[in-house]
Ligand binder design. Structure first.
Ligand code: GCB
Length: 593
């Protein structure tokens, strides 16, 4: 704890903290926004023909004009929504699609306008009325551009060039086990902000000190030194702070009036921040999370994380979830499993999920797509990984549900990777000292012993690893022969385990892809892992079957990864009930006092 505090204070003094912050408007949904979601025209452009022209959105003026594209006559896609699920031609498409959308606005003098995107996969170039607003890389996190000078009264248009081509140097890289959904997958807003506005804030309990609220407010705009109030009326908190010349002010509040957020009682408070021109209200829960020896402590009490992994995919589309109720459906399935924890794998999910988790009482593991072997030696690959981590932390740092930032998944240990991942772990700690930092590590098996000795484990607050005993190594009936050697003296989470089953396919427990095979894996796994000293949670792979181009067996997979406990039609497989009864037992073992 002390280590992080010193680190944090030093970073603050050096101004590193503020400069490492990403510029996105905090809590965008509650601001003065015009929603630009809906139907957007699109043009598929596999040869990048439109690079020098489409942003102009030209119309044919006379009958002799040659125009080889026409947004107004092109078909439409729903925004938000991946393109793969909306047009058969785009199911496997990887490349450029251009989007165009008209909107009306009457810009008001003195106001600042931002075009805000919750997510575009993977690269986006954005133009307003034929002028470039900016570019963004990284497919899952929000970004914004100041478009004040590009708007005019009345009808305006926005053109977005989105490109989801996989590249070696990207994060994720070329190879990953999920569908490469492209396009404008998140909401698009035009935000109208006052001339000085509350751009960002963090309001959280200090790690391990549940009487001390710590954080900051960051103003942007014309009049940066100002008095600000931070109020939590229900807890009788009203504090006045003053921002410096850069619009930054620390928040330090001591209180003994808070009810702490727990999964059993996910208490959220209205927090109101007000400056001279702007007010923002958020719902924030207060809890501490820390480790002590091999325990994970939530508000000072040991917890066992009854978890499950999830992709950000609504199986009924199938595609990226487009609204809150689709996200709620998936989180509710995890609740039915008696989970108190979800690993949102392997990239930042729809923001609605962390908000829902806050109110539904589910702890979260959030991750960036540093997945398998990425281009470790490439400094721009590091930059984009770090940037995605910064954007994720910027977005969700006020969510009580989020207790772990994960810096990656199954990254094979090499020297270059070690340097990369250690820097990323330091970055996560610097940006947020109120949460735990982890990564899903790889072990190796020797004579039925699963060894975990990845040096990165020393850098992490919680040591986590994936193992597929009974599926990728051995058969379900072999599981009991294995043992583990893990000695970091830290809490341990098994971040993946499991196996595949086609829902409704029944056979004996030795028949691959039968529900009985998967059930046997779960039965034997829960027995085996109980013996791991320091095990403080598991998140088996995975809640729901998900689409993957890597899963091609026509009988059982048909481009679906079948390791879900629930099928793509919503059918629960036998293993679902095995895990649920393990969680019922663990809930009794770790009672909430
Ligand atoms: C893993 C990966 C996950 C895959 C899973 C599988 O280890 O982390 O992304 O989908 O295994 O099904 O093989």
């Amino acid at each position: 704890m002390k280590k992080y505090l010193v680190f944090f204070v030093v970073c603050n003094l050096l101004g590193l903290y503020a400069s490492a912050q990403v510029d996105i408007i905090q809590n965008i949904d509650s601001r003065n926004i015009q929603n630009l979601d809906g139907q957007w025209h699109y043009i598929i452009d596999p040869y990048e023909t439109g690079n020098n022209s489409f942003y102009q959105n030209k119309e044919q003026k006379s009958k002799s004009d040659l125009l080889e594209y026409d947004f107004a006559k092109s078909t439409m896609l729903n925004v938000p929504g991946d393109w793969n699920s909306q047009d058969d031609k785009l199911l496997y498409y990887e490349g450029t699609v251009w989007y165009e959308h008209d909107f009306n606005v009457t810009p008001r003098p003195g106001k600042i306008y931002f075009l805000y995107f919750k997510s575009v996969n993977y690269e986006a170039a954005v133009y307003i009325n034929g002028q470039k607003a900016g570019e963004h890389k990284g497919g899952f996190t929000p970004f914004q551009f100041d478009v004040t000078s590009l708007l005019h009264n009345g009808s305006n248009f926005v053109v977005v060039k989105a490109n989801n081509r996989r590249k070696k140097e990207n994060v994720p890289t070329e190879n990953f086990d999920w569908w490469n959904y492209g396009g404008i997958t998140g909401d698009v807003f035009l935000a109208e902000m006052p001339s000085t506005f509350i751009s960002d804030y963090k309001i959280q309990l200090t790690r391990s000190d549940y009487r001390h609220i710590n954080g900051f407010v960051q103003l942007k705009g014309r009049q940066l030194p100002q008095k600000i109030t931070v109020a939590i009326p229900e807890a009788n908190i009203h504090t006045m702070i003053t921002t410096n010349d850069s619009g930054y002010a620390d928040i330090n509040i001591t209180t003994n009036k808070l009810h702490y957020w727990t999964p059993e009682n996910p208490k959220l408070y209205n927090v109101i921040i007000t400056d001279e021109e702007d007010t923002v209200t958020d719902k924030i829960g207060f809890r501490t999370v820390e480790t002590k020896g091999q325990d994970i402590l939530l508000n000072g009490k040991p917890v066992f994380l009854r978890g499950i992994c999830m992709h950000d995919e609504d199986p009924f589309i199938p595609g990226r979830p487009r609204n809150v109720s689709e996200c709620r459906m998936m989180l509710s399935w995890a609740k039915e499993l008696n989970c108190n924890f979800i690993r949102l794998a392997h990239y930042p999910h729809n923001e609605a999920e962390s908000r829902l988790a806050d109110s539904m009482g589910i702890m979260l593991w959030e991750e960036v797509p540093v997945y398998w072997s990425i281009d470790w030696e490439n400094s721009s690959t590091y930059d984009i990984a770090q940037h995605q981590l910064s954007e994720l932390i910027a977005r969700d740092k006020n969510r009580a549900s989020v207790i772990v930032w994960s810096i990656g998944n199954e990254t094979p240990a090499t020297e270059a990777r070690e340097k990369f991942m250690e820097a990323l772990a330091d970055h996560a700690h610097m940006l947020d000292d109120t949460r735990l930092v982890s990564a899903a590590l790889l072990g190796h098996i020797n004579n039925n012993v699963f060894h975990l000795d990845d040096p990165l484990g020393k850098k992490l607050d919680v040591v986590s690893f994936n193992e597929y005993l009974g599926w990728y190594s051995g058969l379900p009936q072999d599981i009991s022969k294995y043992s583990f050697t893990i000695d970091y003296g830290k809490p341990i989470i098994i971040t993946e385990t499991g196996g595949g089953a086609l829902a409704g396919f029944h056979a004996d427990a030795e028949t691959r892809f039968s529900e009985e095979f998967q059930e046997a894996i779960y039965k034997n796994q829960v027995k085996l892992i109980k013996g791991i000293d320091g095990l403080r949670g598991i998140t088996p792979w995975i809640l729901v079957d998900f689409q993957s181009p890597k899963r091609m067996n026509p009988t059982y997979q048909d481009y679906w990864n079948r390791k879900g406990l629930i099928s793509e039609t919503g059918q629960k497989k036998k293993a679902f009930y095995v895990l649920k009864s393990f969680y019922d037992e663990m809930e009794k073992k770790y009672p909430v006092k």
